[in-house]
Structures are given as C-alpha cells and as structure tokens.
Design a protein around this ligand. Structure first.
Ligand SMILES: [Zn+2]
Ligand SMILES: [Zn+2]
Length: 144
C-alpha cells in the first residue's frame, strides 16, 4: 500500500513544484513502511543504511520539509513522527489516538470537531496555525 502513497506524494510534489529529493523520499519511504511513529534518531539510523554520511541536520531538514507539506505529523507527547494518510489535504485537523501499551497510533478526523474549532477560533478572532490533539488510552488489542 505504501508504494501507491509514495507515488501519489511524488505526483503532489510535482504539482506543487517542490522537490522531493532522494533523501526526503527515502525518509518518507521508511516512515510509510514502518507504519508507526518514529523518533528522529531512529529515522537517522535507518537512513544511514542507504546514506551512511547522513547526520542529524539531514534528518531534521527532511522532517521539516515533510511536516511543512503535510505529509507527516509530529507526535508532540512522544517527540516522534508519523506518516499521514491524508497528505492531499495539508490543512486538516487531526486527532491522534495513542495506545499507552503498544504505542500504536490511529489518526482520526472529525468534521464536527474541526468545524467547532474553526468556529471557536473565528469567534475569538484567532488564526489557527497548528493544533495538537493527542488522546492517550488503550487500543482494541490491548484492552483484553
Ligand atoms: Zn493527517
Ligand atoms: Zn495497543
């Protein structure tokens, strides 16, 4: 599945006239195939497999680019990063359900919550740039 996501993202980059460099692409590929949240250092170690000269700034620049484009999200509570399945819409408000036990993360969307937040911001004359919604608990498998 992640191959088609990668192709779609490459097409989006072309459309936005931005460069998905081989490095950025590799980082994204690692994240898509891992299908879980990863720290910058974990990503760096995996990037070094194909690019032994990679350094921390390499990974942070790649992450910054991917975040800016809305291809990934930062998980603030664990200081890690996760690929976003809704990358075609960079402005979406996302809710992360984070399992305390297996650390699996589910990304969810809710139009009513998104509309409520936008309405509240409008009433407060506040311009939303970034919002964090992280819900901690137990996933289905870990409840039993
Ligand atoms: Zn998302
Ligand atoms: Zn779990």
């Amino acid at each position: 599945m992640h191959n088609s996501s990668l192709e779609k993202i490459a097409a989006l980059c072309k459309k936005r006239a931005i460069k998905l460099t081989p490095q950025r692409k590799t980082v994204l590929e690692i994240m898509l195939s891992a299908n879980r949240a990863m720290s910058a250092y974990e990503l760096l170690d995996l990037l070094k497999v194909s690019e032994p000269q990679a350094k921390p700034p390499t990974i942070y620049r790649a992450l910054e680019f991917l975040l800016e484009q809305g291809f990934i999200h930062k998980v603030e509570s664990s200081n890690s990063y996760i690929a976003c399945p809704h990358f075609h819409n960079p402005d979406h408000i996302f809710i992360l359900f984070i399992c305390n036990q297996c650390h699996k993360i589910l990304e969810k969307h809710s139009m009513p919550i998104e509309q409520d937040l936008k309405q509240l911001a409008l009433e407060s004359e506040f311009q939303i740039k970034h919002s964090v919604h992280e819900i901690h608990g137990l996933c289905k498998q870990c409840q039993s």
